[in-house]
Design a protein around this ligand. Structure first.
Ligand code: MRU
Length: 320
């Protein structure tokens, strides 16, 4: 099974997702500051993966005898939207013994638990996938966005093992192209039939009845089901509602922010202009072109058909 990271001989080994699918290069991270940069620069991304990565960052801080509070604050601010990051750091700070061995053992437990969680999400969600399904998804919610198997892509994987998936429509996911680069890479490795499409193809595909179900991940879910996820998710939910296509959000409990009654106060990360104005090193936009680059949007809970977690399937009105 693909994994984005593992602990090895005193350092965190991290698959550099910025270089995929062309190069599989592993980074050796030995300080919490390196872990922070890896999260901010998106060498690792995906809500569960960044939470686990931050936990290992805290283990590195303890190993190097750094003060833990600045490490916690630095890691917590590496990316603001995915609540898994804060949840992982809170779990560590609540531990009774905050030494290296203790923190490392919590980080390893989080990694193991996340894999078990995703296998359960896969099983719970596959029940919702009809036979011979054309499934549309966005971003990358697979093995490398988690400790393995994935959330939305985990459901697709499990449903494919059960022979239910005809084809996946994988939205390219502008601007960083996690769909085109990472989801395509994972689907090819698992020999799951798929087709990459530009994000703006979704409406036409739904109108021509070529989508039976939409399955996406989440970065933060409020008590009323409002869900922050990759920019473009809200648009897909409106399209799915209009065309009568079931719309599923898949996420572990660590993605639920039950302190938030709704998504109105979710912090949506804004990333740099270059992600839009350039592709790799090539400038496409005119010099000085103004851009706005929110990395996520918030989909109202009432647009979702179901939310699937490791405990089961939830439908509105939600009582998590
Ligand atoms: O900016 P990214 O690549 O970290 O965004 C990832 C997503 O939006 C995923 O859908 C979400 O984190 C769930 S990953 C299992």
């Amino acid at each position: 099974m693909l994994k984005p990271l593992f602990w090895d001989d005193g350092c965190l080994r991290l698959l550099d997702q910025r270089l995929l699918p062309h190069e599989e290069k592993w980074l050796d991270l030995t300080t919490w500051q390196e872990v922070r940069s890896a999260i901010t620069d998106m060498a690792v991304r995906g809500a569960p993966a960044i939470g686990i990565c931050a936990a290992y960052g805290m283990a590195l801080a303890a190993k190097n005898a750094d003060d833990l509070e600045p490490a916690r604050l630095g890691l917590a601010s590496a990316r603001p939207t995915a609540v898994n990051l804060a949840a992982a750091l809170d779990r560590i700070m609540e531990a009774t013994v905050l030494d290296f061995e203790g923190i490392l053992s919590i980080a390893k437990s989080m990694e193991r638990e996340d894999l078990d969680t995703n296998l359960a999400i896969g099983k719970n969600g596959a029940k919702l996938v009809p036979d011979n399904a054309n499934v549309l998804t966005i971003c990358n919610t697979g093995s490398i966005a988690t400790a393995g198997h994935g959330t939305a892509l985990g459901i697709i994987r499990t449903a494919h093992e059960q022979g239910k998936v005809r084809q996946v429509w994988s939205c390219e996911t502008r601007p960083r192209l996690q769909g085109l680069k990472l989801t395509a890479w994972e689907l090819m490795k698992d020999e799951i039939p798929f087709c990459s499409v530009v994000d703006s193809a979704a409406a036409a595909l739904m109108r021509s009845a070529q989508v039976d179900i939409v399955i996406v991940g989440a970065d933060r879910i409020a008590t009323n089901g409002d869900t922050a996820n990759k920019i473009g998710t809200y648009m897909l939910a409106i399209l799915a509602k209009h065309h009568g296509v079931p719309f599923i959000v898949a996420a572990p409990r660590t993605t639920f922010d039950l302190t938030a009654p709704d998504g109105s106060r979710f912090v949506v990360e804004e990333r740099g202009d270059r992600e839009i104005t350039h592709i790799e090193e090539v400038r496409l936009a005119p010099e000085g072109c103004p851009v706005f680059n929110p990395a996520f949007d918030v989909t109202p809970g009432e647009l979702l058909t179901y939310i699937v977690d490791e405990t089961g399937v939830h439908e509105p009105p939600y009582a998590f």
